[in-house]
Design a protein around this ligand. Structure first.
Ligand code: SAH
Length: 251
């Protein structure tokens, strides 16, 4: 490869891989993973999607599990910079959408600091993918006029979340990374006025062939969470009652 063509490839594509089902990749994501020189990916990117990656690409796993940080974030940022500076086209592949609880913004800030060009390719976020595949519309004229995505990585006392604003009727709540915090979520929502009978669901490994949908009401949430494994999404709100009628995937 000539020097000039090497230099021109110094570029990072921050790409959302969607929630798991490879058919939910965007055309752009599909094209980019097939032509990348380097793919930096994490735990949430499904095996089926990794099977579509350019077989000649260098693959770097930087996956993280709760409390088991494989590669610290600043090191991931540095890998992106170093590989791009080698003149490579780097695809930073993330589960779901890179700008929703994905630290995509932090990675881009490092690229800006190092004057590395980039693009962002959105992906289907877990809330959209899991709700669609579970037959739970996030909004519905008879049930919810608004929806909120919340991280379950709460401070120990849960003080960082405005529970009062979450505990509303006609509103859907989607908690990412919420399994371990299920008791805190249940307690705060009910203390702030949400009925213990509010429908809720946990969608485990949504959109994959291993998808499981556990449903109940808010007072069951702790039990449901104990039965589920990561990655799982928690949905709270009256829309969950539609699941029984609208469920279609894996039937
Ligand atoms: N950027 C991702 C979210 C990363 S945070 C996105 O936009 O989807 C990781 C959390 O996402 C997990 O703890 C889980 O709550 C949720 N998640 C991601 N993929 C999921 C899946 N296939 N099924 C259920 N939850 C999922």
């Amino acid at each position: 490869m000539s020097l000039s063509s090497t230099a021109s490839k110094c570029f990072v594509s921050l790409v959302g891989a969607g929630p798991g089902d490879p058919d939910l990749l965007t055309m752009k994501a599909y094209r980019l993973i097939q032509t990348a020189d380097v793919v930096v990916y994490d735990r949430l990117v499904s095996e089926e999607i990794m099977a579509l990656v350019n077989p000649n690409a260098e693959l770097l796993f930087v996956g993280k599990k709760l409390n088991h940080h494989c590669v610290p974030q600043d090191q991931i940022n540095q890998i992106l910079v170093d590989k791009a500076k080698e003149g490579k086209h780097v695809v930073r592949l993330k589960g779901g959408d890179p700008f929703i609880f994905g630290r995509g913004g932090e990675e881009l800030e490092t690229l800006v600091d190092n004057a590395i060009a980039f693009e962002v390719v959105p992906g289907i976020t877990a809330a959209s993918g899991c709700s669609a595949y579970a037959g739970i519309p996030l909004t519905h004229r008879d049930h919810a006029q608004s929806v909120q995505f919340i991280t379950g990585h709460l401070k120990k006392d849960g003080q960082d979340v405005q529970w009062q604003s979450l505990a509303q009727n006609n509103h859907t709540l989607v908690f990412y990374m919420g399994l371990k915090q299920a008791p805190t979520i249940r307690q705060n929502l009910t203390e702030h006025g949400l009925s213990i009978d509010t429908p809720c669901a946990i969608i485990e490994r949504g959109t994959t062939t291993k998808q499981r949908v556990l449903t109940g009401v808010l007072s069951d949430l702790d039990n449901l969470a104990e039965q589920a494994i990561s990655p799982s999404l928690i949905i709270v709100g009256s829309v969950v009652s539609l699941h029984q009628q609208l469920s279609w995937f894996g039937e």
